[in-house]
Design a protein around this ligand. Structure first.
Ligand code: BES
Ligand code: MN
Ligand code: ZN
Length: 523
């Protein structure tokens, strides 16, 4: 889908569909919707007398968020159809509503077989957003909303796809802002779709080697530094948690390091000019390409969903892609440990004691608590960058799903209120919900071990808190205090969407990508 910004009145566009909107309860369409309405009046030129007004008067269109109506134009305007989408109540409207409405309308156009589609920027007029914000939300929503995972379908590939989406404005003073917003929206929307594709990709095709290769190719394309540790380097670096989990699988582990250094506008990386010494943001993602549970094997029912146990890693990799493409003016590092968790004669077992990269020893209670084992080494590794702040993201515990509800919110634990505050602010902007949970030191009592320093599972009660406290032990410096501001996002409840609605598409959600891009942008 090619995206362009044009200076034109929407009712004059020669396209397969034009997209306009209405707030809930509006009696008389205004702005672009009003202009289209007037153009669709049999008594030409009389406001409030056109096809959109008719829909409202008959009570056929209320303006509820994501409500749709298709109007055929009968040659009154050059476009074949008008797609009218509801924005919901004006006092509840925000960028997320604009993204959803845009996604709904553009997907409808795609499903109708439209090839050339023109839209207004939702939210700019009475919506109260700047033209730039409205353009970004509109394009971001559109790009996310037409996502499909067709890689493994043998037939019907791409039979319906929009060729060109045009963002139109009649106001030439807005053009530059719209172009900037549309560009950001396209980059970010595509990054979300990248994360979705990685999560949707079957685990026989996506495993540590191929996952790391994907990251490397992406890095080359967008200009990120990329370093990949193979199983030998992981072992030389004594990343014991990663090695232990990987042992059971024929697929060797990988550890991917991505780095964004802001490029000067003439295209050269000016890392040498100082950025390299700037304290980076470090993003860490759990990359378990398939989680069988290992020797502590999971029930077979629903196990296929554990191909998505690398959704945190996908979010980090895709966010790094967007951060590079946007050339955000800040140093950002992505750390991604990748393993497959399998039972076998070589697998780590309950009862094993594992020496981690930090030197702490961990008694294995459950081989299914593997995520924290690989994250622990990555969090320890992060110390060398003297980070400004670290965020890890992981499909870590079923307990977090129990606590907050499937698809409702991710949990966030933080060692630092300011750092948590930055994340919560970003979350409010992107609509990716995170709910702060307490990092009480008492959680440490549940993971005391008889044989090792700590154990990798604290049992049933407070399972999300004990997992967070486990990770907390690996951000500690020599003095036992956090070596950097840290936040941990447990996204186990958010990795998949089970319904297609607005910009959400059934399957891998792409959760966390926009959150990280916004965090990097806002600091
Ligand atoms: N990947 C799972 C957590 C998970 C569960 C993610 C459901 C998405 C949906 C994780 O590795 C796991 O198995 N956690 C265990 C931890 C326990 C053994 C301490 C869990 O939550 O049961
Ligand atoms: Mn597990
Ligand atoms: Zn897991």
């Amino acid at each position: 889908m090619k995206i362009s910004v044009l200076n034109r009145q929407i009712q004059a566009a020669t396209v397969d569909a034009i997209i306009v909107n209405l707030f809930d309860g509006v009696k008389m369409p205004e702005g672009a919707s009003g202009a289209v309405d007037t153009a669709l009046a049999s008594t030409d030129g009389v406001p409030g007398n056109g096809a959109i007004s008719r829909l409202i008067q008959l009570g056929d269109f209320k303006g509820k968020l994501n409500e749709l109506s298709v109007i055929y134009t009968n040659g009154l305007i050059p476009a074949t159809r008008v797609i009218l989408v509801g924005l919901g109540k004006q006092n509840e409207f925000d960028a997320d509503a604009a993204r959803h409405a845009s996604a709904t309308a553009v997907r409808k156009a795609r499903d109708l077989g439209c090839k050339r589609v023109a839209t207004i920027a939702h939210g700019a007029g009475i919506g109260g957003m700047t033209p730039r914000e409205a353009a970004q939300a509109t394009v971001e929503g559109a790009v996310m909303g037409v996502y499909q995972h067709l890689e493994n379908k043998s037939q019907g590939k791409d039979n319906k796809a929009i060729d060109e989406l045009m963002l139109l404005t009649a106001d030439t003073k807005q053009t530059d802002q719209l172009i900037a917003g549309a560009n950001a929206g396209e980059i970010i929307g595509n990054a979300v779709n990248t994360a979705r594709t990685l999560a949707n990709r079957p685990p026989n095709l996506l495993y540590p080697i191929t996952f790391a290769e994907f990251a490397q190719q992406m890095a080359l394309r967008v200009g990120l530094r990329c370093e990949i540790f193979d199983e030998h380097e992981i072992s030389e670096r004594k990343m014991g948690g990663i090695m232990a989990v990987a042992k059971g699988s024929a697929q060797p582990p990988r550890f991917v390091v991505l780095e964004h250094l802001p490029k000067s506008t003439n295209g050269t990386s000016n890392g040498a000019a100082g950025h390299e010494s700037v304290q980076p943001i470090v993003l860490v993602g759990k990359g378990v390409t398939f989680d069988t549970g290992g020797i502590s094997i999971k029930p077979s029912e629903g196990m296929q969903a554990m191909k998505g146990d690398m959704a945190g890693a996908a979010a980090v990799i895709a966010a790094m892609q967007a951060i590079a493409e946007l050339n955000l003016p800040r140093r950002v590092i992505g750390l991604v440990p990748m393993v497959e968790n399998m039972p076998s004669d070589r697998a780590y077992r309950p009862g094993d004691v594992v020496t981690m990269m930090s030197g702490l020893t961990v008694e294995i209670i459950s081989t299914d608590a593997e995520g924290r084992m690989i994250l622990a080494d990555a969090l320890h590794y992060a110390k060398r960058f003297i980070p400004r702040g670290v965020v890890d993201i992981a499909t870590l515990t079923g307990a977090c799903v129990i606590a907050l509800g499937e698809g409702v919110a991710a949990g966030v634990f933080a060692s630092d209120d300011n750092w948590a505050g930055s994340l919560l602010k970003s979350s409010a902007v992107t609509g990716e919900r995170i709910w702060r949970m307490p990092l009480y030191k008492e959680y440490g009592n549940s993971i005391k071990s008889d044989t090792g320093d700590i154990k990798n599972s604290g049992g049933r009660y407070g399972g999300v808190g004990t997992s967070a406290w486990f990770l907390r032990r690996f951000i500690e410096g020599e003095d036992g205090e956090p070596a950097y501001p840290w936040a941990h996002i447990d996204m186990a409840a958010m990795d998949t969407d089970d319904k297609t609605e607005g910009y959400r598409i059934r399957g891998g959600s792409g959760y966390g990508v926009r959150l990280f891009v916004e965090l990097a942008r806002s600091l």
